[in-house]
Design a protein around this ligand. Structure first.
Ligand SMILES: NC(=O)c1ccc[n+]([C@@H]2O[C@H](COP(=O)([O-])OP(=O)(O)OC[C@H]3O[C@@H](n4cnc5c(N)ncnc54)[C@H](OP(=O)(O)O)[C@@H]3O)[C@@H](O)[C@H]2O)c1
Length: 337
């Protein structure tokens, strides 16, 4: 399976490491033999129809910050759309940064790939938060597979858990803690009485939060994941504009202490029932959604089985790389049929 990587940051480099270290196992157990024929970052693109040297690509990125070390394969300044058009491959893996105004550059990458007849694996939430129904339609129209399990839950298989494992049950609602950074902040406020400002500074120091943590603490990241989960699991046609969004920035130490005195805690909850919303809500200390630190948890209200809750790490390079592998295995299975 020939693969082009759009973006070569934390997730894509972890995926490259998995391909190098787990290649024989993936081939033996799943028949999956990814050959990376293209890599694009913000500086340029490298491609080779015989497969790029991944060790060299990783070394070049860490030493030079670019793919220039790939010598004759490297095209400085070539952008993603151009590279997709130039490269013969079966799958494009999109891992550029999430951007929520226009969904770019990911949206153009995904569309170009589909129009070229490439299957797409996407960990970037931007294109889906903005245009998921249209992209699913485009994938159908071009008869390609579109997979995006890493967009929700990182390595924790939230989407396919709900879609496949809950088959036969009616899902009546979804409530989830979908952002590790805000959960880390609220957990520290509740457990240690630290201020939101200090907890956020610690989250940034530990690498959980971005330098600009707005997406996390204002609830936008949770809203993206809610849109994707609802559309995938409940067949809704939401975009991020349809979600009422309130983040955690107005939650005070006094609010957290008051909840605690009543056997409750405050969590940033994304929920879909009669409407889609993100807001800080009280959760009973005994409820399975009361997960601590950077963990994510999602609770499906099912009929007749009641609440089913999935808990796991919501992010991380190696974890999210496993979602890419999972999606590639699914694409291979679709081929094999
Ligand atoms: N990290 C996680 O745990 C995680 C979990 C789930 C989902 N995600 C999502 O997955 C995506 C990738 O995450 P990440 O942590 O790997 O991000 P990252 O480390 O910031 O990497 C982003 C990559 O995209 C490249 N890029 C930026 N603009 C580009 C452009 N216009 N054309 C081509 N490449 C471009 C960057 O190039 P340079 O290297 O040149 O800067 C970099 O290689 C994001 O959308 C993120 O929200 C991440």
């Amino acid at each position: 399976m020939r693969v082009t990587l759009l973006g070569f940051g934390v997730v894509a480099r972890s995926f490259a490491e998995v391909v190098m270290s787990e290649g024989p196992k993936l081939a033996k157990e799943y028949g999956l033999k990814p050959k990376i024929v293209g890599i694009v970052d913000s500086h340029g693109a490298a491609f080779d129809k015989n497969g790029l040297d991944l060790a060299k690509a990783l070394e070049s990125k860490s030493k030079l910050g670019t793919l220039a070390g790939l010598d004759g394969s490297y095209h400085e300044g070539m952008d993603g759309v151009h590279a997709i058009r130039e490269t013969e491959c079966e799958v494009v893996v999109e891992t550029t940064p999430t951007e929520l105004k226009r969904g770019e550059p990911g949206l153009s990458h995904v569309k170009t790939a589909m129009i070229k007849g490439r299957h797409v694996v996407c960990t970037n939430k931007g294109p889906l938060a903005i245009a998921m129904p249209a992209l699913i339609e485009l994938a159908h129209h071009n008869e390609v597979v579109f997979k995006f399990s890493g967009t929700v839950g990182g390595g924790t298989p939230v989407l396919d858990f709900a879609k496949r494992c809950l088959e036969g049950s009616e899902i009546r609602g979804i409530r989830g803690i979908l952002n590790g950074t805000s959960n880390y902040i609220l957990t520290r406020m509740a457990a240690e009485g630290v201020s939101m400002k200090d907890a956020l500074a610690d989250a940034q120091r530990l690498g959980y939060a971005e330098a600009d943590p707005t997406y996390d603490v204002e609830g936008l990241d949770t809203a993206c994941k809610l849109v994707i989960t609802s559309n995938y699991v409940l067949d809704s046609a939401l975009s991020i504009k349809d979600v009422d969004i309130r983040g955690i920035t107005k939650v005070t130490g006094a609010d957290v202490a008051d909840a605690s005195s009543k056997g409750e805690t405050i969590k940033l909850i994304g929920s879909v029932g009669s409407k889609a919303k993100v807001s800080p809500e009280r959760v009973k200390l005994t409820h399975p959604l009361n997960v601590s630190g950077t963990f994510n948890a999602i609770c499906f209200d099912t009929h007749p089985s009641g609440e089913v809750t999935l808990v796991g790490k919501g992010a991380g390079g190696p974890e999210t790389a496993t979602s890419v592998v999972r999606d590639l295995i699914d694409i291979r299975r679709a081929f094999a049929r």
